[in-house]
Design a protein around this ligand. Structure first.
Ligand SMILES: [Zn+2]
Length: 225
C-alpha cells in the first residue's frame, strides 16, 4: 500500500494518542514500516508530548525561582568581592603595622656606650654604637618613679640595614638632658646602661663636642658624627 506521507503525517497525532480508527491505524503502521521520515515525525511527536507541561502558576513560580537564583548568584559574587577587599585591607594594614608601627627596643646586649662627658651647659654627651650595625629608628625618653631617666633606642621589627650615605644613627654621639633626674641610662627601663648618677663627676666634653653641640638645642637631639 502506498499512502502519501502527507496523509500519514496528518494522522500521526491521532495515531499517537490512540484515537484514530482501526483502518487508519493499520494504514499508518504499514506506512511506518517502510518510511523512515514519517517514523522520525512520530518520534518527534512522542518527545514533545513527553515534555512536562506547566500551568500558568507553575510557569510563574519557575520564573520567580530563576530570578531568585540569579539574585543569589549576584549576591554571592558581591560577597566574594567584599571579602576579597576586606582580606586585602587586613593584609595591607598588617604590612603597614609591621613596617611602620611595630618597633622594639634594641636589646641592651647590643648597645655599647663610650666616651661619656659633660658639656659646659650640663648636658651629657655619650657615644653609642650598636654591635650588629643595624640602624636605630628613634629614641624614646622616659623617667621612672625613682627619677631615673632612660634613653631607649628603638628599631623596626623588620630591621633595616644601615644606609651607607645616611647619618649613622647606630654609631654616633648623643645628648641627654639631666633635668630633674637623679640617674641617666641608655637602654630599656630597668635594664639600661648607667651613664650618670647623682654625685658622679663626668669629664668635661672635648672642644670638638662642644662645637658639635654648640647650636641651641631643645632637649635631646642628634649631632652629626
Ligand atoms: Zn511517509
Amino acid at each position: 500500500m502506498n499512502t502519501p506521507c502527507g496523509i500519514i503525517q496528518d494522522l500521526l497525532p491521532l495515531y499517537h494518542d490512540n484515537v484514530c480508527g482501526a483502518e487508519s491505524r493499520v494504514l499508518v503502521e504499514e506506512h511506518l514500516k517502510a518510511c523512515l521520515s514519517c517514523k522520525a515525525t512520530l518520534d518527534t511527536i512522542s518527545e514533545e508530548l513527553a515534555r512536562p507541561v506547566y500551568t500558568a502558576d507553575e510557569t510563574k513560580l519557575i520564573k520567580s525561582m530563576r530570578v531568585i537564583a540569579r539574585r543569589v548568584r549576584t549576591k554571592s559574587f558581591l560577597i566574594g568581592v567584599i571579602l576579597t577587599c576586606l582580606l586585602c585591607s587586613v593584609l595591607y594594614i598588617g604590612y603597614l603595622g609591621l613596617i611602620r608601627w611595630n618597633f622594639n627596643p634594641v636589646p641592651v646586649s647590643l648597645l655599647q656606650v663610650s666616651d661619656v662627658s659633660q658639656l659646659a651647659d650640663g648636658r651629657i654627651v655619650y657615644h653609642l654604637s650598636v654591635n650588629d650595625n643595624k640602624d636605630i629608628s628613634f629614641f624614646r625618653f622616659t623617667t621612672d618613679w625613682s627619677g631615673s631617666r632612660y634613653a631607649t633606642p628603638f628599631r623596626n621589627v623588620i630591621e633595616e640595614k644601615q644606609q651607607p650615605d645616611a647619618v649613622s644613627l647606630f654609631n654616633n654621639y648623643y645628648l641627654m638632658d639631666i633635668g630633674d633626674a637623679n640617674a641617666c641610662y641608655v637602654g630599656p627601663e630597668g635594664n639600661g646602661i648607667l651613664i650618670w648618677k647623682s654625685g658622679m663627676k663626668l669629664p668635661a666634653a672635648s672642644t670638638e663636642l662642644e662645637k658639635l653641640f654648640s647650636t641651641p638645642q631643645n632637649g635631646e637631639s642628634i649631632g652629626k658624627g
